[in-house]
Design a protein around this ligand. Structure first.
Ligand code: ARG
Length: 570
């Protein structure tokens, strides 16, 4: 239940206008407050305190109101009834379903074939997954795309490198037989990952090699039998190693891995649509779509549809990918999640979609996230100056978590340690504002104290252990709520609102920070309100255990939305 929304709606109904409901930081004078009387006084031709008095009369009979009072120039403070809170608390974990469920395509991850995942793929994967889970929990039909980079210049590089290593292989011969059996040709996944960087490095100094790789890309796209047969060998190997990392991150498997190559199949119909609208313009041997508008006050370059080699570049494949989604999912929304450096690309793309009448502007969203930096404030790199591999980053956090656990004198099995490390990594990533950069520090994020994933898991493990030790308990026959209990219930009743707000404002940090705030309040409650001590009477004990149980439910759901599991012990 979304308590805030419930109370807002009840108030608005009783008053006949929209009163802005506030949640005061200090709840000494009320659980909620509103300045409605002050806002409405003028138009009502009354003084604010007089109007506040009338409002008080109208709301004092509402089911949730314990008491309401006027403060200062006309603020209205409202206390909520304990019985009402108590009954509502039991529904805290329920998520209100969207009144307008949508079909939402989500494009995140978007890994590149034969280029292993690096730290730049971390936020898109983690945050994309959480948005996916949030949308799904609210009743939207979410469809995730790992829009694979499996078609562009990197494919030419990889194939050119393989040719350099094995020039005698059949894929490179003129008499290549497309119906032959090539099952004997395979690659070691780790070695495959080195091909692209090696080729890209060589291309910097070797013009002829670069030229050759570019020709290979164009030929691959034109259907060259040998190159395509080779592609079909290394692509699944690469996909399997991507999926291993996806599994390590415990993100929901992608609904599909259709990327650039699939999109390119729709070049013809999209080209026709563009030509019918006269949108393709010749430019230096290439063909482009002009997306500039008179109102632009920044550079807005044209979108390349065919380059001078006749290949369809990255920009163009995204137009086809949108077309594909339109004719298959017909989504109400498409959400892309990439590094913010791709913002211009998506702005251009969305303009093309509008020009084609494919999607209205507000159906397409790009979320550009910030960079993950090292202690020096520059993009996080390995010692050799390369972008850190995502598997290495995960291992780094696992080893930091292992150190922390050793320091604390605990012994935990490997699975638990990996669980804790994952919580450290994901919680940290999620707790930052998505659009901002942050500094990645494995030692800090694995701490058991402070705003960290391990702290949250630890709180959950402790609550579970209280419930286990308590065994069976019954509902209390009457309730008696103190400040700590009320504070906790208020937070529990903010879960549903948080889910909605996080999804609707695409702000996954709200979920992570909610988990932290909830843990803080649970821990204060647990500290001040003993449960299993002998001197606690059974009514009080039942009441507190009931609360712990609700808190565990809500916390488990919150963690689940982040793709995190609670260990059995910690
Ligand atoms: N593969 C691209 C990269 O690693 C990201 C693709 C994002 N999605 C898209 N539809 N363009 O940079």
């Amino acid at each position: 239940m979304n308590l805030y929304k419930y109370i807002s709606e009840k108030l608005n109904n009783a008053l006949g206008f929209e009163a802005k409901l506030e949640v005061p930081r200090n709840r000494e004078f009320g659980d909620f407050s509103t300045n409605a009387a002050m806002v409405m006084a003028k138009s009502a031709g009354k003084n604010p305190r007089e109007l506040a008095g009338e409002i008080l009369e109208k709301i004092s009979g509402l089911d949730f109101v314990e008491s309401a009072s006027i403060a200062g120039p006309g603020f209205i403070n409202i206390f909520v009834k304990n019985e009402f809170l108590w009954d509502a608390a039991k529904t805290s974990a329920d998520i209100t379903q969207s009144a307008t469920p949508m079909v939402i395509d989500m494009d995140y991850g978007a890994y590149n074939v034969a280029k292993s995942l690096h730290i730049g793929h971390m936020r898109t994967s983690i945050v994309g997954d959480v948005l996916y889970r949030l949308g799904r929990a609210m009743g939207h039909k979410m469809i995730s795309y790992n829009h694979m980079g499996d078609w562009g210049r990197s494919m030419g590089f990889v194939i050119a490198w393989i040719e350099k290593l094995h020039p005698e292989w059949p894929f490179f011969q003129d008499n290549f037989d497309p119906n032959g059996d090539y099952s004997g040709y395979t690659f070691d996944p780790a070695e495959l990952d080195t091909y692209y960087p090696s080729a890209a490095a060589l291309a910097k100094s070797d013009e002829a090699f670069l030229e050759h790789a570019q020709i290979i890309t164009a030929e691959l796209q034109r259907g060259h039998a040998g190159y395509n047969a080779l592609y079909k060998i290394f692509m699944p190997i690469s996909l399997a190693s991507m999926n291993k990392t996806v599994k390590l991150l415990n993100i929901v498997p992608f609904d599909n891995d259709l990327g650039e190559r699939n999109a390119a199949k729709y070049t013809e119909p999209v080209e026709k649509m563009l030509r019918d609208k006269d949108l393709l313009v010749k430019s230096d041997g290439a063909e482009v779509v002009i997306v500039k508008r008179d109102t632009d006050n920044k550079p807005m370059p044209p979108v390349m549809f065919y380059n001078s080699r006749g290949a369809v570049p990255y920009d163009a494949t995204d137009i086809m990918a949108l077309y594909y989604r339109k004719i298959t999912d017909n989504p109400d929304r498409v959400i892309y999640l990439t590094d913010k450096r791709q913002s211009l690309h998506f702005e251009q793309l969305f303009r093309v979609a509008e020009l084609l009448n494919m999607f209205p502007a507000d159906a397409l969203e790009h979320i550009g996230y910030g960079t993950i930096n090292g202690a020096d404030g520059k993009p996080f790199k390995t010692r050799d100056g390369n972008a850190a591999g995502l598997n290495d980053v995960i291992e780094m956090v696992q080893s930091a978590a292992r150190d922390r656990i050793k320091e604390s004198g605990k012994t935990l099995d490997d699975e638990t340690v990996d669980n804790i490390a994952l919580a450290a990594l994901k919680f940290n990533d999620l707790s930052h504002d998505l659009r901002a950069d942050y500094i990645f520090d494995p030692a800090q994020i694995t701490s058991f104290e402070g705003r960290t994933g391990p702290y949250i898991l630890y709180t959950a493990v402790r609550l579970n252990s209280v419930l286990r030790r308590a065994g069976n308990f019954t509902n209390p026959s009457h309730i008696n709520l103190g400040t700590d209990e009320r504070n906790l219930i208020m937070e529990l009743l903010d879960f549903d609102r948080t889910v909605t707000a996080a999804f609707e404002s695409r702000a996954t940090d709200l979920v992570a920070n909610y988990a932290y705030d909830l843990c803080q309040l649970v821990n204060t409650f647990y500290h001040n309100c003993p449960i299993l001590r002998d001197d606690v009477d059974s009514e009080t004990k039942n009441q507190r255990l009931t609360l712990v149980k609700v808190a565990v439910n809500v916390l488990t759901k919150t963690l689940d939305l982040m793709g995190l599991k609670i260990p059995n012990e910690m």
